[in-house]
Design a protein around this ligand. Structure first.
Ligand code: ADP
Ligand code: ZN
Ligand code: MG
Length: 484
């Protein structure tokens, strides 16, 4: 039996987070607004109006091109894509066709072991075919009885980015979207939330005998509204095509629609070809010129990319891949980590542990933004130094995180004010140990009878008695001596 491999290419629509739409002054984000409340003659295509290009759209598209290592074109053009649909009042969409704003580029995807059939993990390089700017169309809603059109989204700025057919599994496609979302948020050009529709994806899928280099007929999957649905829909489509081919049937170039509730793909239509759109140059807009100076100004201060930072964290701080991955999920967290490492000067892995386990828990439970926390990276570093010096023990250190966050005071000051310093006074600890031994004849007998695991219980009692401030190691030594 022939083994097949899948060939997948993704077309993503990225909604840019500009204040206003691409060719008019209407508010761009109307996610929470009433239908048809953010529209004007320009975005609804009334006769006699002229579009004016929003510069912020160009800037954000250039940032994305840079993030993807794509080649920004010094001159690009706008074109009309003509089609008839109720959500498109103008009868055409202003887009870019044969001369888009950027060409080429790539994203190197680290595929985790969990998504590798061999269980090891690998890197998949996905080449980008092109990026172009376009305006969104409106929305039609069908509540079963009547059809409603909402033009709020007409003219919302999008970048469409198309990959080469370089992805090979449904998991790789999901990883591509996960990394793209991370990147978009990192450079601050889109909310990139698939559920909200500001990151959308059509998946093109075909299969071929494993190892072949030619391309077979593909289908296109639309209407997938989350990364999980993309993964599931592609999996189902690969299965369907494999079954068809094994039955001796040909794959037809269908457009399929994912039905989320039923978890099935349905045939929408046979695919249109580009000729159906009768593209022609947009006569109302000038060619888009991006000078070297403008591009340089847009890219001034361009950040290290997330996957590069992830690799550098592993290299420079000897962090495990797992840590580097979590610490670079969000740019603010990665910056927090590095600032703390710098201020601390000790083992970066220790900073990582405290951040991933304790600080992140606070962040998640309390909905904090690492960049705006009162517990600053410098505070965290100071706190770790207090633990290292033995001034406070780990239990106190962990409690101190929240105290600093609540008060905004420095750790050393709080230790001073609230008397949190660790008790390392031999006599004081000895007195408490003696009292506990006297009060616990059963445990003492058990311990002396060989149940040495009870030591943890004894230390715990001392800690409780001393409100968590005892030097645990010292307490253990004293107890061991007394219990001999
Ligand atoms: P279309 O004819 O649908 O316009 P394009 O060549 O523009 O096709 O490609 C659209 C998307 O489909 C791209 O992401 C591309 O990588 C992907 N693609 C093209 N051919 C195939 C194929 N045979 N199998 C899977 N994906 C493909
Ligand atoms: Zn408008
Ligand atoms: Mg195409």
């Amino acid at each position: 039996m022939t083994a097949y491999e899948a060939v997948i290419g993704l077309e993503t629509h990225i909604q840019l987070n500009t204040l206003t739409k691409i060719f008019c002054a209407c508010k761009a984000d109307s996610w929470e607004d009433a239908p048809n409340s953010n529209i004007c003659p320009v975005c609804t295509g009334l006769p006699g109006v002229l579009p004016v290009l929003n510069e912020r759209v160009v800037e954000k598209a250039v940032l994305l091109a840079e993030a993807m290592h794509a080649e920004v074109q010094p001159v690009s053009y706008f074109d009309r894509k003509n089609y008839f649909y109720p959500d498109l009042p103008k009868g055409y969409q202003i887009s870019q066709f044969d001369m888009p704003i950027a060409l080429g580029g790539s994203l190197e995807l680290p595929i985790p072991a969990a998504a590798d059939p061999q269980g090891k993990g690998y890197v998949r390089t996905v080449r980008i075919h092109k990026l172009h700017i376009e305006e969104d169309a409106g929305k039609t809603k069908n509540d079963g009885r009547e059809r409603q059109v909402d033009f709020n989204r007409c003219g919302v700025p999008l970048v469409e980015m198309v990959t080469e057919p370089d992805l090979r599994t449904a998991d790789e496609a999901a990883q591509y979207l996960i990394r793209l979302r991370q990147l978009l948020r990192w450079i601050g050009i889109s909310e990139a939330d698939m559920e909200k529709g500001n990151l959308r994806c059509d998946a093109n899928v075909s299969i071929r005998p494993a190892g072949a280099t030619y391309l077979n007929e593909k289908t296109e999957i639309k209407n997938v509204n989350s990364i999980d649905s993309v993964r599931e829909a592609i999996r189902k489509e690969i299965e369907r095509q494999t079954h068809e081919v094994e039955e001796g049937h040909a794959i037809k170039a269908w457009t399929l629609e994912w039905d989320q509730d039923a978890g099935v793909l349905r045939k929408m239509r046979s695919k249109e070809t580009e000729a159906d759109y009768r593209y022609f140059r947009e006569p109302d807009l000038l060619p888009l010129h991006i000078s070297a100076e403008w591009k340089a100004a847009i890219l001034a201060g361009f950040p290290e990319r997330p996957l590069e930072r992830r690799a550098r964290f592993m290299r420079e701080y000897s962090l495990p891949e797992y840590d580097a991955d979590i610490l670079t999920l969000e740019r603010a967290l990665s910056e927090y980590f590095e600032a703390a490492v710098k201020a601390y000067g000790g083992d970066p892995k220790k900073v990582s542990n405290w951040l991933m386990n304790d600080v992140l828990r606070m962040v998640n439970e309390q909905g904090l933004n690492p960049a705006e926390m009162r517990l600053t990276p410098q505070h965290l570093a100071e706190l770790l130094k207090l633990v290292d010096a033995g001034t406070i023990n780990i239990t106190t250190g962990k409690a101190l995180l929240q105290l600093v966050q609540d008060s905004g005071k420095a750790p050393a000051q709080l230790v001073e004010e609230q008397g949190l310093a660790q008790v390392r006074d031999d006599a004081a600890i000895r007195a408490v140990c003696q009292k506990i031994i006297a009060d616990s004849p059963n445990e003492v007998a058990a311990y002396r009878g060989g149940k040495e695991t009870l030591m943890g219980w004894f230390v715990g009692q001392v800690m409780r008695e001393m409100k968590g401030k005892a030097d645990a190691k010292l307490a253990k030594d004293v107890l061991a001596g007394l219990l001999k």
